[in-house]
Design a protein around this ligand. Sequence first.
Ligand SMILES: [Zn+2]
Length: 176
Amino acid sequence: MPWITGWFNGRPQFGVNFPVRRIQCITHRLCQFCRQPLGRRIGIVVRPADISAGYVDEPGMHPECLDYALAVCPMLNGAMDRYRSQPPAAVAHLVALQASRAGQPAEAYDAWFITPSGYEIAYGADGSVLGLSLDVPVLMKRPVRTAAQPRLTDEQAALLRQVLDLESSTEGPITP
Ligand SMILES: [Zn+2]
């Protein structure tokens, strides 16, 4: 279980990080997975949106922890498109994700590897810790997954259509 993963009601919530642990990891150069200090090679998971933002909000990982995370994390290894349980929050998130991606190519993840000298914290205008800067020398970039459009359950698809219909009534038609 990744150290950074949040727990609510006695169950781990993958994709929901403890905010304090996230900041601790970033500022103290700890691995978000095993909590140990990062070494000479630091792995980060980067999406296209992160590149536009200029930083990743997730802390770094040991290369071996990153490999393990890729093997077991449903968000990273592509198993997330199943969504077996349907907590309202997850569905809402999925719908938001889908609506924002309508007509966009599927999102992909890359693993980037940097060194301690390229470890640079990105700060917001108010001094808050945003994450790790991507405007640094990168040793290696490795594609992790090409994210397919998630397969939706009938119920989720109906919900999504509702949202898209709502949008199309105000912003013009959205082609499927
Ligand atoms: Zn680690």
